[in-house]
Design a binder for this molecule. Structure first.
Ligand code: GCW
Length: 718
């Protein structure tokens, strides 16, 4: 047993030196199963992948993964056989790769290209397990599905599973710059080393592709949406092609963020006007250049006319004009243009959160078929809590995808334990009210509500060069949960958390319960200590890590926390009803009504939609001020509970990861206290009200809290 700190928090002197688990293997650890269960699973130890002959790279990946997984969990080296002459065989094939599969009477017609079935069937008089699909990539997803079932104890003699993704485009967006720095990255530098490509392709990227495939992610945007045109130059396209080759066997297509002004910056044109013939011709040529190197190139992601990025509006054209021009250029090869709806112009609007809707909703029906509009989950910017973006449900004639942020820019970076599955589930299950009951965001983004052909769930990646990929153990859960929800947005976040714990940390029942419980409370906990009751964007400028509720001098009004809290002597909250900015009216009638009424709006969005006096009486009977203080205080107490619960797991979790999580929880506890105390101190200074009875007062002055700087915080472009 490695030496562990005797008390949580006694670090770094007591850091364990004997590191057994370093997190590199993520949820693909394949540790030996319990002996009794192993016997059941040994019925998989003879593998039929091919009748013989050449193996494609994807089939090789399937075989390697099964050998690795079964070898690790069941023991020994699985034997590869070519015919079924006894029990204990696992057959893996499509009707084309393994003709036997076609004769088994399995229903493959509903599986599409990527779905799979796993069944126990009789072959040649013997019971065999079969993984079958229409295309080879389905076999890889099926192999991961089977291995997951083995690890979580679900495999048995009657095992049966069918799985088909509900979303066509399941994409990671990397905000990685070409020099290796990652915008909002908290896990080291970029995993893409453009300097060394295309000659050297880091073998680690194969593990990256495996990890993505294991949760069903099928595309990756390689570079930051704040893009450099250089990524479209020939040398960089060669590098991109090398990555595409590495990822292809795993069903992972590459995409690039395209800078709208590239025709001027690297093409020598004097304009990037999407309606100019020379601009169209330039992009058409670019498409040829790309597809001649990468025949399955996924397409472009574009951030245009937002935060200073160039775009079609620079030429008095619309977002649709810009997107369609690019989409036409890559349509012949089946590429898609993913156009971001995160737009806010250089002019400060009367309410920033209304802007994407105002600009995009009138363009419904004007985007070509191979354009997907990528809409952030909320109308502002990946805040700990926001209502859904009103664009969901408002553009029935447009392919709409959701953009989540896996990297925790506004949620305490890698050091705060915040499981995002809960947040994403809250978004996906919210009813937009667009077409009656059940018009959830999930039904919008899977295309079923409006019958849109392309569907997408995208997530801003939290992956970097850190040995454990994500910077912290629990941030791995967010990558995992993202993939699982992108595959099926109806998955339950709690089930996903439990599954991840069993794959990654421990299968001991009590420990699984404790850790899953911690994860499922963690998002609300962070909301409580940072931005309770619908407050938003109270983070300091640039770094977005620690509290700065008093900040009112940022570059523009809508970057200031004071702009969002609207707190003063008499009250707090942003009035977005008809009497205020009217943002609530951007939702369907039903939602607009609910959000506008102070007694009907969910209390966790109260101050997002309403400006209220400090003495407003809450349903609990407490005043708003008392309730706010209660939430901040509860948030800190919840972190303390998480810390104590985690401390009971010393014998259940390996020392290295146990130690790191313990230390990070110390950081989170300290930070949550700081959040609570700073916010209470600032708001109390404004309202002059006493703290509720029995509440511990903050220990420092406002001057002290204001003096704290978060210098050199990672990931900050500023
Ligand atoms: O939240 C903001 C981030 C920026 C980011 C932008 C965006 C890539 O602070 O760093 O830029 O969102 O989504 O485009």
């Amino acid at each position: 047993m490695a030496s562990v700190p005797t008390h949580i928090g006694n670090y770094p002197e007591e850091a364990p030196t004997n590191i057994l688990e370093d997190g590199y293997e993520l949820w693909l650890r394949y540790r030996a199963l319990e002996p009794g269960y192993r016997a059941t699973c040994s019925s998989l130890l003879r593998l039929v992948v091919l009748p013989g002959g050449n193996e494609s790279p994807t089939l090789a990946a399937v075989r390697d993964e099964l050998m690795r997984g079964l070898g690790g969990m069941v023991g020994g080296a699985p034997e590869v056989v070519h015919t079924i002459t006894g029990e204990g065989v696992l057959c893996v094939g499509t009707p084309a790769t393994l003709p036997l599969v076609a004769s088994l009477g399995l229903r493959l017609d509903c599986l599409g290209n990527e779905g799979y079935v796993i069944r126990r069937v009789e072959v040649n008089g013997f019971i065999a397990t079969v993984i079958a699909s229409n295309d080879e990539i389905g076999l890889l997803y099926g192999a991961f599905g089977l291995l997951r079932a083995l690890q979580t104890g679900e495999f048995n003699v009657a095992f049966s599973l069918e799985s088909v993704p509900k979303i066509t485009h399941r994409l990671l967006n990397h905000w990685d710059n070409l020099d290796g720095w990652v915008e909002r990255g908290y896990a080291g530098r970029s995993i893409f080393n453009w300097w060394e490509l295309p000659e050297y392709v880091d073998p680690r990227l194969t593990d990256y592709a495996r990890a993505n495939a294991s949760v069903g992610i099928n595309g990756v945007v390689l570079n930051n949406v704040n893009a450099s045109s250089d990524s479209l130059t020939v040398p960089f396209l060669e590098k991109t092609a090398a990555l595409a080759n590495q990822f292809r066997p795993y069903g992972l297509r590459v995409y690039l963020s395209a800078k709208f002004s590239a025709p001027m910056e690297i093409g020598g044109l004097t304009t990037a006007d999407p309606c100019a013939d020379e601009v169209k011709a330039w992009w058409n040529q670019m498409a040829v250049r790309i597809y001649s190197r990468i025949p399955d190139f996924g397409g472009f992601l574009v951030k245009a006319n937002s935060e200073g990025q160039p775009g079609p509006q620079d030429y008095n054209r619309t977002h649709a004009d810009g997107a369609n021009m690019l989409a036409d250029a890559i349509a012949p090869w089946g590429g898609v243009v993913i156009w971001r709806a995160f737009v806010y112009s250089d002019h400060v609007p009367h309410d920033r959160v209304t802007q994407a809707y105002t600009e995009m909703a009138p363009l419904d029906g004007r985007f070509h078929n191979n354009v997907i509009l990528q809409v952030k989950n909320g109308p502002l910017d990946f805040q700990p809590r926001e209502p859904i973006n009103p664009l969901f449900g408002a553009m029935p004639h447009t392919n709409i995808g959701v953009e989540f942020q896996i990297t925790k820019e506004y949620l305490g970076f890698q050091t705060h334990l915040v499981y995002l599955g809960s947040l994403w589930q809250e978004v996906l299950t919210t009813d937009t009210g667009a077409r009656g009951h059940g018009s959830t965001v999930a039904r919008v983004v899977d295309g079923s509500l409006f019958g849109t052909p392309l569907s997408m769930v995208a997530g801003v990646a939290n992956v970097g060069s850190a040995r454990n990929w994500c910077g912290s153990t629990f941030d791995q859960a967010n990558w995992f949960a993202f993939g699982r929800l992108a595959w099926n947005p109806d998955h339950d976040a709690g089930d996903i958390a439990r599954e991840w714990v069993m794959l990654t940390l421990t299968t001991a029942n009590d420990a699984v319960d404790i850790i899953t419980g911690i994860m499922l409370r963690s998002h609300e906990t962070a909301v409580d200590y940072m931005v309770p009751l619908g407050l938003t964007h109270q983070m300091g400028t640039g770094h977005h890590y620690g509290p700065g509720p008093w900040i009112n001098d940022a570059g523009r009004a809508d970057w200031n926390p004071t702009y969002y809290s609207c707190a003063d002597r008499t009250g707090i909250g942003f009035d977005r009803t008809c009497a205020g900015s009217g943002a609530a009216m951007q939702y369907s009638h039903e939602l607009a009504q609910r959000y506008s009424k102070v007694h009907e709006v969910p209390s966790n969005l109260l101050l997002w939609f309403h400006h209220l006096p400090w003495g407003f009486i809450m349903p609990s009977g407490r005043t708003l001020w008392e309730e706010l203080v209660e939430h901040y205080t509860y948030g800190v107490a919840s972190v303390e509970t998480m810390r104590l619960e985690w401390a009971t797991l010393r014998d259940e979790v390996d020392p290295a990861r146990f130690y790191q999580v313990s230390a990070y929880l110390e950081i989170q506890l300290k930070d949550s206290q700081l959040w609570r105390d700073s916010c209470i101190t600032y708001f109390q200074k404004l309202n002059g009200m006493a703290l509720p009875q029995g509440v511990t007062p903050p220990s420092h002055s406002l001057k002290y809290y204001k003096s704290l700087a978060f210098r050199h915080a990672p990931g900050n472009p500023g």
